[in-house]
Design a protein around this ligand. Structure first.
Ligand SMILES: Nc1ncnc2c1ncn2[C@@H]1O[C@H](COP(=O)(O)OP(=O)(O)OP(=O)(O)O)[C@@H](O)[C@H]1O
Ligand SMILES: O=P(O)(O)OC[C@H]1O[C@H](OP(=O)(O)OP(=O)(O)O)[C@H](O)[C@@H]1O
Ligand SMILES: O=C(O)c1cccnc1
Ligand SMILES: [Mg+2]
Length: 557
């Protein structure tokens, strides 16, 4: 009884899944037909071990960031069926299904399930289980689709975000702008959470900011600029100095004066003449609303002939009142050329008027940006400080799905294995442990899996590491450090110690640290070096003997 209480306390601490649509019914039909058939065969309490793993890294890369574990654990903690859900199941299963089955379904939860997993935010590789589920086969089978649903997109988009961070470098500001283009509300909320996990700095998604404590950022759109017709629309022209001790009675005229001064600067003469008045009105109005953080979208009419001079006139007027502006956003055109020219303009303004901070004004770029765009900009040379990225980031347009799978590897202590003509699809049997071995230089050398009863690898001890399927691929490794990959994140009512769920910030930090511990050739964008995933010699022998015993011998005629 004590352990049940313990389980209930854990459930309360863990909380619910982010999306209330995640229920026990978020399954494929076949999980319920199998559940009935397990029950009917009297097998429902058989002790199963399932591995959740991916077979290939996404985006032509050689790494994946594992995400979605916290949501899986929350789902597990709350797993049960409501009466109304059972009633619905009765309508979709054949009338021959016995009532006692439905009564049984109503009684189940995950108290007898254990979940071991690699911590969320880790760098992970194909074939190494991300999650190992142990428990009664009927229940463990029902977790298949919800777990895959919660892990696949989460890991894909976190990896996508990490790749964007990798190509942009650590000094750039990355803001996720994807909500409007995301695959529905859950896609949008998940994208914001997982892009932050993968290394983005902020999101434009206000609801994600509130839910997860992610910093929220935003500029303004073209509509705000286009909504102004002229300067006469600004009726209240007064603006307080930042000191609060003085008021400028006509901020509009002050800006116009600065625009005239800019027009008179000889080194800016080639850049512009008359600027767009309605754009100037929009900028002035926005600056008067947000004098401490003025930022303007400068490409509504013409970036260099209008947007930038108008922005500088307003920023100089604000500067006279003691306010520092933030910068500009470019949302079209050649982002390398425009950012370089914009920086030159800012530098001329700073030198010409002996004002400070203009050279460092933040240039934000947006408009269909993806990994390759940032790479191209890096090669060309650019002055963008911050990228706002939407569509390609959140929809993962370069690869729309990660193919994580959920496979049975052991039943009642008997190792099981799925054979396939396609070697990639052969599953590695047994309840396994996995380790990451680090070399002399501190980088990860390879991951190795072993059977449950084998000894764990030890620091300084030479170990034969074998490719799971290719006989000729093997290497001796003397690890300098050994990291055990799986931890118990759900102990049910077993009384075993259970890892606490880390915060989003902790997971984000883990992701950053893990990427740092990888050799750069595994992470590069083009033709990265594959990271080795191996098995111990004895697991290798076991896999191949089981394979031989399970595969029927063909006969040629
Ligand atoms: N210097 C550059 N090198 C490589 N790609 C760039 C560069 N500058 C911009 N891009 C990308 O080129 C594409 C330009 O797209 P497109 O032609 O639709 O935009 P645009 O005509 O500039 O603006 P819009 O149609 O939105 O007003 C965008 O995906 C953008 O991210
Ligand atoms: O380009 P993304 O990476 O998806 O980033 C989000 C885009 O959303 C906004 O555009 P908006 O919705 O105003 O449409 P537009 O791009 O057609 O101007 C913004 O100006 C970005 O261009
Ligand atoms: O704040 C922005 O500039 C923004 C937000 C979402 C999409 N595009 C731009
Ligand atoms: Mg756009």
């Amino acid at each position: 009884m004590a352990s049940l209480e313990n389980g209930q306390i854990r459930k309360a601490e863990i909380g619910k899944t982010t999306n209330p649509m995640v229920s026990g019914l978020l399954c494929d039909m076949y999980q319920f037909t199998m559940a009935y058939a397990y029950w009917k065969a009297g097998k429902h309490l058989d002790y199963a071990v399932f591995d959740l793993f991916h077979r290939k890294n996404p985006f032509r890369g050689e790494y994946t960031i594992f995400a979605g574990l916290e949501e899986c654990i929350r789902f597990t903690a709350n797993f049960h069926f409501e009466e109304s859900e059972i009633d619905y199941l009765r309508t979709i299963l054949p009338p021959t299904c016995e009532d006692a089955f439905f009564q049984y379904l109503q009684s189940i939860d995950c108290s007898d399930v254990k979940i071991y997993a690699i911590p969320e935010g880790s760098v992970v590789f194909p074939r190494v289980p991300l999650i190992r589920v142990e428990g009664p086969v009927l229940i463990a089978q029902l977790l298949e689709t919800p777990f895959l649903n919660l892990v696949n997109y989460a890991s894909l988009v976190t990896t996508n975000a990490a790749r964007h961070r990798q190509v942009a470098g650590n000094e750039k500001i990355l803001v996720e702008f994807g909500l409007r283009r995301a695959q529905g509300p859950d896609g949008g909320i998940s994208a914001s959470k997982y892009c932050y996990m993968g290394g983005f700095d902020a999101t434009s998604n206000v609801d994600a900011g509130r839910r997860f404590g992610i910093p929220v950022r935003g500029t303004h759109s073209h509509a705000f600029v286009s909504s102004f017709m002229g300067l006469e629309e600004i009726t209240n022209r007064s603006l307080q100095y930042s000191s609060g001790r003085q008021v400028c009675n006509d901020f509009v005229s002050l800006t116009q004066e600065w625009l005239r001064k800019l027009q008179a600067v000889s080194s800016l003469r080639g850049y512009f003449r008359e600027t767009n008045r309605s754009e100037l009105a929009a900028f002035i109005s926005y600056a008067m609303s947000f004098p401490t953080q003025f930022q303007a979208l400068v490409d509504t009419f013409d970036v260099l002939r209008s947007g930038i001079p108008n922005f500088c006139a307003v920023a100089l007027a604000l500067n006279e009142l003691g306010y520092k502006s933030l910068g500009i956003r470019l949302d079209s055109g050649d982002l390398a050329y425009l950012s370089n020219e914009t920086r030159k303009f800012f530098c001329i303004v700073e030198d010409e008027f002996a004002v400070t901070g203009f050279k460092e004004l933040i240039i934000t770029a947006s408009n269909d940006i993806k990994e390759e765009t940032i790479d191209a900009l890096n090669k060309q040379g650019h002055e963008v400080d911050s990228f706002g990225i939407g569509t390609h980031l959140v929809t993962c347009s370069a690869q729309p799905a990660l193919g994580c799978v959920y496979k049975l590897v052991e039943i009642n202590k008997h190792p099981r294995m799925k054979l396939s003509q396609d070697i990639e699809k052969v599953t590695i049997p047994c309840k396994k442990e996995a380790f990451r071995l680090y070399g002399i230089e501190g980088y990860a050398l390879l991951d190795i899996m072993k059977g449950e009863n084998e000894l764990a690898p030890k620091e300084g001890q030479r170990l034969l590491c074998r490719h799971p399927f290719s006989e000729s691929k093997r290497a001796y490794v003397v690890p300098q450090r050994v990291e055990q990959l799986f931890k118990c994140f759900w102990a049910g009512n077993s009384g075993l110690p259970q890892e606490p769920l880390p915060s989003l910030t902790e997971i984000r930090e883990r992701c950053k640290a893990q990427l740092k511990a990888m050799r750069s050739d595994h992470l590069r964008g083009l033709n990265p070096t594959p990271y080795k995933v191996s098995v111990t010699a004895s697991l290798y022998e076991f896999i191949h003997s089981l394979w031989l015993s399970e595969a029927p011998v063909g006969e040629l005629r």
